[in-house]
Design a protein around this ligand. Sequence first.
Ligand code: NIG
Ligand code: FE
Length: 409
Amino acid sequence: MNSGLLLNVRACNPAQTGLAVQEDAALAWRDGVISYFGPQSALPDACRVANPIDGGARLLTPALIDCHTHLVFAGNRADEFAARLRGVSYQEIALAGGGIMSSVRQTAAANVEQLIATAWPRACALAREGVATIEIKSGYGLSLTAERAMLQAATALGERTGLCVKRTYLALHALPPEVKDDTTKRAAWIASVCDQWLPALVQEGLVDAVDAFCEGIAFSPDEVRKLFNAARNLGVPVKLHADQLSNLGGGALAAEFVALSADHLEYLDQAGIAAMRMAGTIAVLLPAAFYCLKETKLPPIAELRAAGVAMAVASDCNPGTSPQFSLRLAMHQACTLFGFSIEEALCATTVHAAAALGLSDRGQLKAGLRADFALWPVTHPAELVYWLGDVPAALWVRGKAWVAPILPG
Ligand code: NIG
Ligand code: FE
């Protein structure tokens, strides 16, 4: 069951061979796992099947991985986009009760099925451009019930679309307005998150990782530390929105807890880079949010590169700072805005994106890994980053050809 063979492809396997294209390559899989990848001429007899697929000399790559999204939310914030165009800042909008709180109100008004339906086209748009694995964060709930609904919607989205969804409980994203400025209530709310909601959601099997937003307008390093200690006690890996709008030492904090990743990182300093390198924490860069917020402070890409910290890129798809459901566009932005090379951009959305999710079973074309791969109507791998707009991929997830399912309801 679920075995197959793809012949006559030109393959690019960024983690192993960069931008080099292997002509006349073949890929075989069994039970959703790659059993052979290499020259067609060396294909073992055991990998032959009755009806192999002719790849038509198209370009084969590992399926892409979007390792940081807020794909599940209701409504939108086009009004804030318009306000920002008039010069109002993201921080000003947040302090006036908009921003994340606006999405919290719209998301709270939706049930699980409505959340699935609104996220559906965004997930399918990613898949049409070759994305097989999508990380989805909660964080627009701010109550146990609403956070659970978001994580249930993310779970169902994976089950019903046939894509692989990894769920992150974004436990500390924003504070309910009624507790925000009252020290005692604020501490009590954070204690509920750490001591009650987190264990409950983990116990319900809804949490693959835990995340927080460490920032002046959000949570302090000490508040994040409480959450990360709670996650550590439960054996759940952590990730962090770190050093996006200011330097609070978020990169070093993430490294202190051996986080899978620290994300954004515009204000990351040298101490944070060194700590991340030591901990093996992946740097997830989010150029779409940088672009949408018209930021000017670049993340320290050259320093990360020099230190040997692995860099991933993700869409950060969210209704506020990155209303973008294209990972390829994020790769393009990583190159044009952050100075990534094409090769770095391809590794950033395959092998390094997998590592940012703690996954070593995908992101490369290699026997023993998941048969998640994409076939592209392009000649050179650089075109995957170069073209703006639709470059439709044929996608296989665990060896099954992915077909866009019908939008529910
Ligand atoms: O990743 N930084 C915080 N969280 C999101 C933005 C959320 C929002 O504005 O709705 C981000 O950029
Ligand atoms: Fe984010």
